[in-house]
Design a protein around this ligand. Structure first.
Ligand code: KIV
Length: 271
């Protein structure tokens, strides 16, 4: 809060200052108004409207099917809920890799139609023209290296990336390129902790890890995973804070019983 009681909003500059101060940055995903309202009220620094919506909201096996229109729907729902957090939106697969003009048009649609504050793109030097063009329009860009799920069919599996020297060196170079281009932050997904720590200390911009150990400048998790809404996804890096699958299932079973046994509604629950 500011001295006038107004909420002090998180900006890309706040994140740079947090890195300078050594204050870890907290990020969670959200895809809808209700969840975004809760995590914003809890004080999360950044909300990522991730293309993981494709998995957790739509039930697809990968992030590839989600469309730009669908991302815009999710992002605009999140933005309506948020008072303080910075909202970053993933540009989905196919909306920026074709050419830099297409990338710019996608970023502009996200910014205009959702009210979000920044976009995230997966990749390094191969998308530098797209990043440059988006940045030149004044749109902040978050990078994403390591295990980039939009390239899952190139990788073939979701195992840890950059364990070999050549891939680790390429990742170090790509991280430097993204900083040089002007990205305000960089997600490092599922890479060895030592590499993530090295990259983080070599950059001025904050790194955000997922499965990248404790040496990054912040952490991100998929909300549905940390709340235990999914039971099937159990990677080593995931810490579950609730077991909502079972809690919601139990509540639903109780409700069904109450309805079937004429226990609900009772005298006080009617007009
Ligand atoms: O889509 C997403 O949720 C992400 C995070 C896992 C970083 O990109």
């Amino acid at each position: 809060m500011s001295t006038q009681g107004e909420v002090r909003k998180i900006t890309t500059h706040t994140l740079l200052e947090m890195k300078r101060r050594g204050e870890p940055i907290s990020i969670l995903t959200a895809y809808d108004f209700s969840m975004a309202r809760i995590i914003d009220a809890a004080g999360i620094d950044v909300i990522l409207v991730g293309d993981s919506a494709s998995n957790v909201m739509a039930g697809h096996e990968t992030t590839l099917p989600i469309t730009l229109d669908q991302m815009i729907y999710h992002a605009s729902s999140v933005v309506r809920a948020v008072k303080r957090s910075l909202v970053v939106v993933d540009l989905p697969f196919g909306s920026y890799q074709g050419n830099s003009k297409e990338a710019l048009n996608s970023a502009i649609r996200v910014m205009k139609e959702t009210g979000a504050h920044a976009v995230k793109l997966e990749g390094g030097r191969e998308i530098s023209e797209a990043i440059q063009r988006i940045l030149s329009a004044g749109v902040p860009v978050m990078g994403h290296l390591g295990l980039t799920p939009q390239s899952i069919y190139k990788f073939g599996t979701y195992v840890v990336r950059a364990k070999e020297e050549a891939e680790a060196n390429r990742l170090r170079e790509d991280a430097a390129i993204l900083e040089e281009l002007g990205c305000f932050s960089l997600v490092l997904e599922k890479i060895p902790a030592n590499l993530a720590k090295d990259v983080s200390s070599s950059l001025r911009i904050p790194t955000i890890g997922i499965g990248a150990g404790g040496g990054t400048d912040g952490q991100v998790l998929v909300l549905h995973d940390m709340l235990g809404i999914n039971k099937e996804f159990n990677p080593r890096f995931l810490r579950r804070y609730l077991n909502l699958f079972d809690e919601i299932k139990n509540a639903t079973e109780q409700y069904i019983n109450d309805v079937k046994s004429h226990n609900f509604p009772n005298e006080q629950e009617q007009y």
